[in-house]
Design a protein around this ligand. Sequence first.
Ligand code: ADP
Ligand code: MG
Length: 297
Amino acid sequence: MTPRSPSSAPERTRATATAPTAPPKVPPVLSVRDVRVGDRAGHREVVHGVSFELTPGKAVGVVGESGSGKTLTCRAVLGILPRHFEITGGSVEIAGTDTATLTPSRWTELRGATISAVFQDPASYLNPSVRVGAQVAEVLRVKTGLKRRQARHRAVELLRAVRLRDPALVYGQYPHELSGGMLQRVLIATAVAAGPRVLIADEATTALDVTVQAEILDLLDELREESGLALVVVSHDLAVVAQVCDEVLVMRQGEVVEQGPVHQVLHHPRHPYTRLLVAEHEQYGLDRFLDPTEASS
Ligand SMILES: Nc1ncnc2c1ncn2[C@@H]1O[C@H](COP(=O)(O)OP(=O)(O)O)[C@@H](O)[C@H]1O
Ligand SMILES: [Mg+2]
């Protein structure tokens, strides 16, 4: 790519650094480098080195069977590992900040404002006795400092943005009055309320039926296109990752066994475990999420 001139090595170095044809490098909003998670009690490592980078508007997928370390990886990135677990190696940088340097209060500021997450079972993240709109508004007041009236107004806008029909009505409803898909939309509204740059969706659509799952994935895709939100999409289901992600990591027993562009990994899996996953999913219609023109490439 770079023209080589054997006679002048220093010249070459300079030319590479300032090559006018080089695309401008967008700094990553999230850099995960060889992150390891250990179980303090068992003195064992459960996540054996995960690395990826995310630039604005990109989506990385993490797939693998239950217990492979996907959630612990997410929680390590979010600074919310369960008791007894700790990061034992590597680093996490969020918007240029090495999270190892964060105090607990800076971590609290960063979560929601810069990096946010939604998980499976949205109902358990909402207070059953508070109207859902008020819960979204509360996040806005705490995280963005909006006054009560503005927060209420903005919360309705957010409920509309996550494609809830009649957002003003939904605002006044209690969690038990909403379906699982609607609750997950409310959670996504809450998660993006403070305008984070990264959203982690950990099995966020797993409990939903297939149609609703596809709608929620479309919504995440829209958010990413419209606001440049970067996504980490975690699922045991390859089809979910295939629908939204640019890159995929395949995890097994705490290890990343394969990693690369999503179409490459799904059409030309190299690791036997990835091949197995792809074969299993072919029966469930993974093909419909893949671009058929790439199949032969
Ligand atoms: N809170 C916890 N307490 C004890 N063990 C846990 C806890 N969370 C995860 N683990 C263990 O760590 C490993 C990885 O779990 P996890 O990251 O939740 O996997 P995944 O999300 O891929 O299903 C598993 O062996 C799991 O049993
Ligand atoms: Mg999990």
